[in-house]
Design a protein around this ligand. Structure first.
Ligand code: CTP
Length: 428
């Protein structure tokens, strides 16, 4: 039963030796200072699930700043403190960063509001958290090291595969938890209990009052760490899709685009970057100017914004008459493969031939890239100059249209056509 559960063995076998020694040391030191130390949050859940996780979060009943400073003084390393939140980050002499938090009642996911941190005991600290499975602790005190602290039946909910809020206002206080609930559902193949699901369903609207960066933080994890297909289905089911992406397409369209995209991504070895998610989000939208702005408004950084802008510029440049690979190359040259694949997936879900074109183009582009260089043109007797870029593009285009040409064929063609053109330019 949960009451007798002890995670010491699990912690010793799952955590790296360094980390395990570190939490033991912190436990000893906190106890010596008369504080009660706990490992809390996702890592406790994962110890029970037997999943790998090395993100240690420590909460003490007592002042975490005092603990952090004491550790730095006695063990070395350095400490950074945050007086307003009563938190400290201790960097051990080996360079491991450990967040030390004072048990408190308020929950601040986003430290913009004025903090009024009230120190409390571990039970209150755990109560303000998102779900029962994330609201457990493991004692680090030497007297009962490893003891599971579980006031809200998180252990049973893990056994039952249940995502359950601790209190009815949980989603009201932090609507991004709806996205977190979906994320954990997918990751662990768990399911929200009936009450939690009803609450989630009723909180879609409140998501539109949350700042974009906060939604983006959770949305990106849902799309990248978990699955876009799951996101679309579940978000629609819970009626939260429209509050996250008001310009979204219907579910069937989204799913068919995603399947073309995933197929393309496999065929052309698309890099799976943590920044891709804005491109995926755009794929789910209706490709209107408003949709592009909406997707861009979620971007955390330039790269994430760039994917959206690339997709926008591709989709305004493409005309129905674009057929040859060299023509696609004119439009897509310089655009990332991710953005190009999103475009092909959108158009390809309406027209199978375009999906095939996308595959040919994206694989072909890899093969022709840099096969002929500016140096090669110079060897042919061409003067380096502003036309070089255009000529190389033309060579690549021809090669895409006629992939069986050898490098020698291409050089001969370049010599015949480009030399003549270069001399025409001179006489102009
Ligand atoms: N938390 C919360 N509400 C949020 C975000 C976080 O209550 N909106 C709490 C949860 O108790 C969570 C802990 O803060 O366990 C740490 O958050 P985070 O690192 O985002 O999640 P993990 O549970 O560690 O999930 P992951 O395994 O994905 O890192």
């Amino acid at each position: 039963s949960a009451a007798r559960t002890n995670l010491a063995f699990s912690a010793k076998s799952r955590l790296s030796q360094n980390l395990f020694n570190l939490i033991t040391l912190i436990g000893n030191r906190a106890s010596a200072l008369n504080m009660k130390p706990y490992l809390i949050g996702g890592i406790v859940r994962d110890l029970i699930l037997g999943r790998d996780n090395q993100d240690i979060d420590i909460v003490v009943e007592g002042n975490a700043i005092e603990l952090g400073e004491n550790l730095a003084a006695s063990e070395g390393g350095s400490v950074r403190t945050h007086e307003a939140f009563k938190t400290a980050t201790w960097t051990s002499p080996e360079g491991i960063k450990v967040d030390l938090t004072s048990a408190r009642t308020e929950y601040y996911d986003y430290p913009a509001a004025l903090p009024q941190v009230e120190l409390s005991d571990i039970k209150e600290d755990l109560y303000r958290r998102d779900f029962t499975i994330n609201a457990m602790g493991m004692s680090l005190a030497p007297v009962d090291f490893g003891r599971l602290i579980d006031f809200f039946n998180g252990y049973l909910d893990i056994r039952g595969g249940i995502i359950k809020v601790l209190y009815n206002l949980s989603f009201t206080e932090d609507p991004t938890r709806v996205l977190r609930a979906m994320r954990f559902e997918h990751r662990f193949s768990f399911h929200m209990d009936e009450q939690t699901e009803t609450l989630a369903r009723n909180h879609g609207r409140t998501l539109s009052s949350v700042s974009k960066p906060r939604i983006a933080g959770e949305l990106s994890r849902l799309l990248i760490e978990e699955s876009p297909v799951f996101f679309v289905k579940r978000a629609a089911e819970l009626d939260v899709f429209r509050y996250i992406l008001s310009s979204h397409e219907d579910v069937i369209t989204c799913l068919s685009r995603l399947s073309v995209y995933e197929e393309l991504a496999k065929q052309v070895n698309l890099e799976k970057s943590i920044h891709n998610w804005t491109a995926i989000l755009t794929l789910l939208s209706d490709f209107t100017p408003d949709a592009f702005s909406e997707c861009r408004s979620y971007a955390h950084n330039k790269q994430e914004a760039r994917y959206v802008s690339e997709i926008e510029s591709i989709s305004s440049a493409v005309r129905p008459a674009v057929i040859k690979l060299s023509e696609w190359h004119r439009i897509l040259e310089g655009k990332s493969s991710v953005a190009s694949a999103v475009f092909f997936a959108k158009a390809g879900s309406e027209d199978q031939a375009i999906a095939e074109m996308g595959r040919l183009y994206l694989t072909g582009r890899e093969q022709v890239k840099n096969r002929i260089s500016g140096q090669d043109l110079i060897k042919l007797g061409l003067e380096p100059g502003p036309d070089f870029k255009e000529w190389l593009l033309e060579i690549e285009g021809k090669w895409l249209d006629e992939p069986n040409l050898t490098k020698d064929d291409m050089l001969r063609w370049a010599q015949e056509h480009l030399l003549i053109r270069a001399s025409e330019n001179e006489t102009e």
